[in-house]
Design a protein around this ligand. Structure first.
Ligand SMILES: Nc1ncnc2c1ncn2[C@@H]1O[C@H](COP(=O)(O)OP(=O)(O)OP(=O)(O)O)[C@@H](O)[C@H]1O
Length: 408
């Protein structure tokens, strides 16, 4: 049974005078615990974003990013969980939250489902979806009009937004007379003019050219900072993370695989997707020594027994990963692929040159005995006469360049 609530303040917030609730969360932010079953696929995640904070969600195609956004927006029904925004409960179904890694749940009783229109959530994807028969001003004014503003006041608000998004003279232009970038500017203005308490962005710049993308990224960064609302952005573009996000959540097969600051995830990715996203290589092993600065990973099926690096690790024996910048891997010719003497230093091993290919960053050289290990060398190294598939080589991965991480 669904108990539909309408309007803000339908439930007591439970927030104290400092705006913090019992769990220590900022009551003006987003606190979502959702489980969604879609046949053989399911999404189960906690998403918390403070007011004024931007969380980026990254993950491979089909990892559940859009499903997670849709469940927060209200267009995808959750099976269990709870979504709270700015002190209001938007949805509560069958649980107060997932308690711990085993996913055990507490049943809370009443089901709450706020209508999508009552959630005060702005959602923007790569399609501007403007009303084609209306001008830019009327498209933007639609939001304040829908919230009860008089026509003149709504037009004034729309004109302010046209100014902010850099289109002060295009108020009368119809959508079809605007470029793709201009349409997306109007869409951003229309979304924010509705005064959302949360902004959800699903690949908002993906359909734009490089210049428009940079301009709109800067516009969204400035406006969301000014408004101080929580923002969630799904993106495949590392520049969006760097320019907009405070934190990153990595979704894998519907589960949170890693969560941390932008710097932490970009420098120490914990999953193959996050590593590929950041252009780093990823090596798997088990913890041999946990404490930084003497942290070490035991490697298996690799020509190197242990890897030294930076970053805290969990207890010995636990599976963990190490990421590295392939541009920092050094390769020199060796007398043979088993030349133990030249491989005695830490993070140094002998192995055969595997596949050699060229890319925009230089030449990619794989280690035949350890395909997870590879180097990117300057293009000029292609002239090294010895550097060819099958050649014995000494490989070195500087300890300071290795970053340890533990997937969730
Ligand atoms: N209504 C549905 N019924 C069944 N399965 C669905 C439904 N909607 C999505 N899925 C499946 O759920 C999985 C996650 O889809 P989703 O679109 O959320 O992923 P995504 O991470 O946003 O992917 P992309 O990066 O390609 O947009 C996919 O395997 C998809 O096929």
């Amino acid at each position: 049974m669904t108990a539909a609530l309408s309007g803000a303040g339908a439930e007591a917030t439970g927030a104290d005078a400092r705006g913090q609730n019992a769990a220590g969360l900022d009551a003006s932010g987003l606190d979502a615990t959702v489980q969604v079953e879609l046949g053989t696929f399911s999404v189960s995640a906690n998403v918390r974003v403070a007011a004024g904070e931007t969380l980026a969600i990254i993950g491979a195609n089909g990892s559940g990013k859009s499903t997670l956004l849709a469940s927060i927006a209200g267009s995808q029904r959750i099976d269990t969980g709870r979504i709270r925004l700015a002190g209001r409960t938007l949805t509560r179904r069958g649980t107060d939250g997932m308690n711990g890694a085993d996913g055990t749940v507490r049943t809370s009783g009443a089901v709450v489902d706020l209508r999508r229109a009552d959630r005060r959530i702005g959602l923007l994807d790569q399609r501007a979806l403007l009303f084609p028969h209306l001008g830019a001003r009327a498209n933007i004014a639609f939001a304040p009009r829908a919230h009860g503003s008089a026509r003149r006041a709504a037009d004034r608000t729309a004109d302010e937004w046209l100014e902010r998004v850099g289109l002060p003279a295009r108020g009368s232009a119809r959508a079809r007379d605007l470029s793709g970038g201009q349409q997306q500017r109007v869409a951003i203005a229309r979304t924010l003019a509705s005064e959302p308490e949360l902004l959800l962005l699903d690949e908002p710049f993906a359909a734009l050219d490089v210049t428009s993308r940079a301009e709109l990224r800067a516009l969204v960064a400035a406006e969301t900072r000014r408004l101080g609302i929580p923002v969630v952005i799904v993106s495949h573009d590392p520049l969006d993370l760097i320019a907009l996000a405070d934190r990153v959540l990595v979704l894998e097969s519907g589960r949170v695989a890693q969560e941390g600051s932008v710097a932490a995830v970009l420098e120490s990715p914990a999953t193959p997707f996050a590593a590929a996203f950041t252009g780093r290589g990823l090596l798997h092993g088990t913890v041999r020594h946990a404490a930084d600065p003497d942290a070490r990973l035991e490697l298996h099926d690799a020509p190197l027994a242990e890897l030294r690096g930076r970053g805290a690790l969990p207890a010995p024996g636990t599976p963990a990963v190490a990421s590295f910048d392939p541009a920092q891997v050094r390769i020199e010719a060796a007398a043979s692929a088993n030349d133990a003497a030249s491989a005695s230093a830490a993070n140094t091993w002998c192995g055969t040159v595997g596949e050699v290919s060229t890319g925009p960053a230089g030449i990619r050289v794989a280690c035949a005995e350890w395909p997870e290990a590879w180097a990117v060398l300057p293009l000029a190294r292609v002239l090294d006469p010895w550097l060819a598939p099958g050649a014995p080589a000494v490989w070195h991965l500087p300890e300071a360049e290795v970053r340890f991480a533990t997937p969730a």
